[in-house]
Design a binder for this molecule. Structure first.
Ligand SMILES: Cc1cc2nc3c(=O)[nH]c(=O)nc-3n(C[C@H](O)[C@H](O)[C@H](O)COP(=O)(O)OP(=O)(O)OC[C@H]3O[C@@H](n4cnc5c(N)ncnc54)[C@H](O)[C@@H]3O)c2cc1C
Ligand code: SF4
Ligand code: SF4
Ligand code: SF4
Length: 358
């Protein structure tokens, strides 16, 4: 990553919260944070790669034979190389859901510049929530340059998105209350004004992150701690982040950057939790006339447009690991071909910010 980089990223709501924290507190982190545009995905839940692999195995499916996976209604549909489609009830799939997703209060990436999801739009289209002027400019540019075509979203479909967001928030708020009751703190959901936040976290280090987040099943495996660590002593592979070294006095970077440790209320606004979708300028449906994607190929088209129009010079995306089929692999690239190759949803978590450092 060079000092002059301007990067567009795509990520799940928890990853977008981490990006927002690292952007706002870059002076405390003593590190330039180069993400200029945040494209967030809708996300009801995510799954553990190893559990998902075992579950598919019990249905006689090998990950390497899966061409795509779509979640529609109450089932997940795995499309296989031999053209078979195997359906698994979402209730079964949810047994491999990550614990951290059960306390997640964001369905539509409320802190992104643009949020994109499938629910609310017809097949082959994506739902697009434009939230910032920067996001609006990119969507307008992509439309003008014919990377995407758009249409209005009708009221029934908007109601459906709001309903799903509220279902997630209400259910997960109950889980947060339950965990707090049995002394498993949910730090990021404790109201914390900014002044108190900066004071509170002043002396917190990796051991506190471990106790407050990692050991209580709240880590979303985003890699923000790895990226922020000035000593490069955090290891993050398939599971939990671990430390290999000693933290110097005065460093609290990993604790500040983590989206599941304390988060000040100027970033995660608790009142917004009850407005299903957060703040936005406009909601539309869109699709790309030429890029194939999970839904309308809109994320791929927006990122390709941002690169070719030189709005950014690199993009942070999630591809598939060539060694392990369907295992998400974060990459930082300036090539549109890589963006096209990375289209489609991989239903497992991935330490996306790792790729910013490597
Ligand atoms: C874990 C997960 C859960 C989701 N749950 C919902 C849901 O409940 N309801 C809903 O409406 N939509 C959900 N989505 C979003 C949906 O699957 C599509 O990603 C979205 O509609 C965009 O489609 P597209 O065709 O425009 O994107 P595409 O053009 O196909 O681009 C998709 C982009 O997503 C990125 N990506 C893929 N996998 C991951 C990952 N694991 N983590 C971070 N980034 C990734 C890739 O970098 C790629 O650039 C979910 C996405 C993910 C990753
Ligand atoms: S915590 Fe889970 S449900 Fe929430 S955004 Fe992250 S992956 Fe999605
Ligand atoms: S040095 Fe220690 S406290 Fe500082 S970021 Fe790294 S792990 Fe965290
Ligand atoms: S502990 Fe690290 S990987 Fe886990 S949520 Fe916090 S910043 Fe992300």
């Amino acid at each position: 990553m060079g000092g002059e980089d301007k990067i567009a990223m795509v990520g799940t709501p928890c990853q977008i919260i981490a990006a927002t924290l690292m952007e706002k507190y870059s002076s405390q982190l003593k590190r330039n944070f180069p993400i200029d545009i945040k494209i967030g995905l809708f996300c009801m839940e995510n799954f553990s790669y190893e559990y998902l692999k075992k579950l598919l195995h019990s249905y006689g499916i090998k990950f390497r034979d899966v061409v795509s996976c779509r979640i529609e209604g109450s089932n997940a549909y795995f499309h296989l190389i031999n053209k078979d489609v195997v359906s698994i009830p979402l209730s079964t799939l949810r047994k491999s859901m990550r614990k951290s997703c059960k306390i997640c209060m964001d369905f539509t990436s409320e802190l992104a510049d643009i949020s994109v999801g499938s629910v609310g739009s017809p097949k082959g289209w994506s739902t697009v929530i434009i939230r910032s002027e920067k996001g609006l400019k990119l969507v307008e540019k992509a439309k003008k340059a014919k990377y995407i075509e758009t249409k209005m979203l009708d009221a029934d479909r908007l109601n459906l998105i709001e309903k799903l967001a509220k279902i997630k928030k209400n259910k997960n708020l109950e889980e947060i209350k339950n965990r707090e009751r049995v002394a498993r703190p949910v730090m990021y959901w404790r109201i914390m004004p900014e002044e108190i936040f900066l004071n509170e976290v002043e002396n917190y280090q990796f051991k506190d992150l471990k106790g407050d987040v990692i050991d209580v099943g709240a880590c979303v495996l985003c890699g923000a701690c790895f990226f922020s660590c000035p000593e490069d002593i955090i290891k993050i592979e398939d599971r939990k982040p671990e430390i290999n070294g000693k933290c110097p006095p005065g460093c609290n970077a990993c604790y500040i950057a983590c989206p599941r440790s304390y988060v000040p209320d100027c970033i995660v606004n608790h009142e917004d939790a009850y407005s299903a979708l957060g703040n936005y300028i406009e909601i539309i449906s869109a699709r790309s006339p030429f890029f194939k994607g999970q839904d309308g190929g809109v994320v791929t088209a927006l990122l390709a447009c941002a690169l070719s129009e030189k709005i950014v010079n690199k993009v942070l995306i999630v591809d598939k690991d060539p060694e392990k089929p369907w295992k998400p692999l974060p990459i930082l690239t300036d090539k549109i071909d890589d963006v096209v190759k990375a289209s489609g949803t991989k239903y497992s978590v991935c330490p996306i910010f790792k790729a910013l450092k490597e």
